[in-house]
Write a protein that binds this ligand. Structure first.
Ligand SMILES: *Cc1c(COP(=O)(O)O)cnc(C)c1O
Length: 335
């Protein structure tokens, strides 16, 4: 099984009117820092505050009439997207999440009307519960990343970026289960085979990064991170997002919590944008010198803004913040 640009263009028709095109805006600060134009695809402007609406709507709209309800495991944003999409079709949504998911994300999903189940200490345990519910309660499972309709939905971002700016030379894509990176790479490389697509993860529990190096899907421990949306495994039975990322990504890169903290401050103080840690890993990798300097315009995807505002405010003013068992050392911006 593989995926083509035509699948992505079909997904674009399915999501129309629910998850629409977002702006691609310049960052003057980042452009100056790298000496090339730096453009940001503003997925935080989707109605659920994250790009995951695209894949979720793409998958839920493709379901047959007689489906009663849907279920998924989620680090937060996929569950929000699936609930929003299920509401559009009058289906019930049961969202399984681990105890690592921040309360702000859990509250956001409950507020949309989902039946939320908190299970275990990892995304893998939440995934097992979601799979159990399919049989026990007759629900259809929507994988957060390993589903052709989900990947095609996320790929609409790549199609929009390349249509707006065919001259993009490099795309920096936040990378977890790889649904986003796979879809974006399929679209972007179909339009411009020369484009460089780089996946970026945090260095604590980077499942796709480790799997590509191992040559097959591997399990990694799951840790608390500023980039909580990038946590979790890729599934040992991964069918689609792993082979697509392995074959299409030009490189995968890791950033530290310190790199992410600094990039969140850059986004806030320079671009005046509130974004999750997962959303700024592209900027983090560039500013930390972990990516070869681009030779043309660079695009990234500002993937989500669903964070805990109290912790965010403390990070911005330079205070230490505890996220689970992780202590993020504070530093005032510019100090
Ligand atoms: C899910 C998510 C990602 C990563 O997407 P994958 O398809 O799992 O690789 C990045 N950023 C945010 C905000 C997310 O919610």
């Amino acid at each position: 099984m593989t995926l083509h640009l035509a699948d992505i263009l079909a997904a674009r028709q399915r999501i129309k009117g629910v998850a629409d095109a977002t702006p691609l805006i310049p960052s003057p600060f980042m452009s100056k820092a790298i000496g090339q134009e730096f453009l940001m695809k503003m997925e935080i402007m989707q109605p659920i505050g994250a790009f995951k609406l695209r894949g979720a709507v793409s998958a839920v709209m493709a379901l047959p009439e007689d489906v009663q309800g849907v279920t998924c495991c989620s680090t937060g944003n996929h569950g929000r997207g699936v609930t929003f999409a299920a509401n559009q079709r009058g289906m019930k949504a049961v969202i399984c999440m681990s105890e690592l998911v921040p309360q702000a994300k859990v509250d956001g999903i409950r507020a949309l009307g989902a039946d939320v189940r908190i299970v275990g200490q990892s995304q893998d345990e939440a995934m097992a519960e979601s799979q159990r519910l399919c049989e026990a309660e007759g629900l259809v499972e929507i994988s957060p990343f390993d589903d052709p309709h989900v990947i095609a939905g996320q790929g609409t971002i790549g199609a929009e970026m390349l249509e707006a700016r065919p001259d993009l030379e490099t795309l920096l894509v936040p990378l977890s289960g790889g649904g986003l990176a796979a879809g974006v790479a399929v679209a972007a490389k179909a339009i411009n085979p020369e484009i460089r697509v780089i996946g970026i993860s945090m260095d604590r529990g980077a499942a796709m990064y480790e799997s590509i190096r191992a040559g097959h899907p591997v399990e990694v421990p799951e840790y608390a991170s500023l980039a909580d949306s990038l946590g979790g495994g890729i599934g040992l039975e991964n069918r689609l997002s792993y082979p697509l990322c392995r074959d299409l990504l030009d490189d995968t890169v890791l950033v530290t919590e310190e790199d992410i903290r600094r990039a969140m401050q850059v986004m806030f103080y320079e671009d005046r944008i509130v974004a999750e840690g997962a959303s700024v890993v592209g900027q983090a990798a560039l500013l930390a010198g972990k990516i070869a300097m681009p030779k043309g315009p660079v695009g990234t995807i500002v993937t989500g803004r669903n964070l805990d505002m109290a912790s965010f405010a403390r990070i911005m003013v330079g205070e230490d913040v505890e996220i689970g068992d992780l202590l993020v050392k504070g530093q005032a911006y510019g100090a």
